[in-house]
Design a protein around this ligand. Structure first.
Ligand code: AMP
Length: 380
């Protein structure tokens, strides 16, 4: 006897490979969006015979349900493109199958399961621009408008969704999850987001290097991002340089926007280590608000503690090989400490109030300090 699946499992998390996903869109929500899309397209094309081109693999379920909802003469074909590897868009779009149909005089409507950055779409438009189709339109079941930066308008949209990694209803995570009837979202509740806190020279960067490997986290050092921009002569680099050279903090607005962009580049991260951010109360508040908007949070702030004289000696030593101008001059180093004492140290109270502040002795062997930090993380 056949028994139809019910939604008994709707509230449960599912696991695919190493990640968990939580329910996001029910089957009926998806089908309602598709039905609406089909009616909209029918209004524009019912007097001709359009060719729908589904983009494999992700769109197979969508195209199937779409065609059932599109009750007018039409043709269907598929192309296969691929740009995802793991959870992030690699930017490599490969055409695996061309449309062989005669397109002369036909209206072609591409059916994409999800449009995000628009790279795949660009490839598709390129594919069809060399044909003699009468007209070329794009329909996307899911549209991540926040991150779309393509130049083509999306003509028909099923649902606008935020920039979260989704699986199910044809979409996969490393090929699994396509057979789910509903759409699931990467579960961020099991993310670990750490703020590494401490004066310049406390060893945040060194320790972040070990912790990111051990806990599979993405390390974001605002100082490193600024230095990268300075090296590459970007506008951001030019702006930041004058502040950094003096040992002053770069203005909050600039730093906060940069931090957000770095987080958004990594939708698949199992968690982040924020190194050198936040450094002011405004940054801490901005970080909390930003993470909350993404269903994320700071799990712990861990301070590496060491005395000023030891830090000065460490920084001057580092300055000999790093080439960092702000590490080579004791008065600049002291200015960085003053900035820290005045603007950053008050964050201890900010995180203490949230019950998230942890202090670790930053003096000792490097691996001993990693162990101390790991104990805090493992206790979370
Ligand atoms: P660091 O490598 O973390 O010591 O940072 C080097 C310099 O970059 C600092 O002295 C600041 O001028 C700038 N910087 C890094 N992070 C921030 C931040 N969160 N806010 C403002 N300025 C920052």
């Amino acid at each position: 006897m056949l028994s139809l699946p019910t939604d008994h499992n709707w509230n449960t998390l599912i696991k695919l490979h190493d990640k968990t996903f939580k329910p996001y869109l029910k089957e009926e929500q998806i089908l309602a969006a598709i039905d609406k899309m089909a009616q909209e397209i029918a209004k524009d094309y019912k007097d001709e015979v359009p060719l729908f081109v589904g983009v494999l693999n992700g769109a197979f379920m969508f195209v199937s349900d779409f065609l059932k909802a599109y009750q007018h003469p039409c043709e269907v074909s598929f192309v296969r493109l691929s740009s995802y590897q793991g959870l992030t868009s690699t930017g490599i779009v490969e055409t695996l199958l061309d449309v062989s149909e005669e397109l002369e005089g036909k209206s072609v409507i591409i059916l994409e399961d999800v449009v995000d950055t628009g790279r795949t779409l660009k490839q598709l438009v390129h594919l069809f621009s060399n044909t003699n189709a009468k007209e070329f339109k794009i329909g996307a079941l899911f549209y991540k408008s926040e991150i779309y930066n393509g130049e083509y308008a999306i003509d028909y949209v099923g649902l606008e969704i935020p920039d979260d990694f989704i699986v199910g209803y044809g979409l996969d995570y490393n090929e699994q999850g396509r057979n789910l009837r509903e759409v699931y979202q990467l579960n961020k509740a099991d993310m670990i987001n750490l703020v590494l806190f401490g004066k310049p020279g406390a060893g945040k960067g060194t320790q972040a290097g070990f912790l990111k490997e051990k806990y599979d986290l993405k390390h974001i050092s605002t100082g490193d991002v600024f230095r990268y921009n300075i090296k590459n002569g970007t506008d951001l680099g030019k702006l930041a340089k004058s502040y950094i050279d003096k040992g002053d903090l770069v203005p909050d607005e600039v730093t906060i926007d940069m931090l957000k962009a770095e987080v958004e580049k990594n939708p698949d991260a199992a968690g982040f280590i924020f190194d050198g951010f936040p450094r002011t109360e405004a940054q801490a508040e901005a970080l909390d608000n930003f993470l909350e908007s993404k269903d994320m949070k700071v799990n712990a702030t861990i301070a590496l503690e060491a005395e000023d004289d030891i830090l000065v000696a460490r920084l001057l030593e580092r300055g000999k090989s790093s080439g960092r101008s702000d590490d080579q001059d004791e008065s600049k180093i002291r200015n960085r400490f003053d900035e820290y004492n005045e603007k950053t140290a008050p964050l201890k109270a900010y995180y203490d109030k949230q019950g998230k502040f942890h202090s670790v002795n930053g003096i000792g062997e490097i691996d001993e300090i990693t162990k101390r930090l790991s104990e805090v993380i493992d206790s979370l």
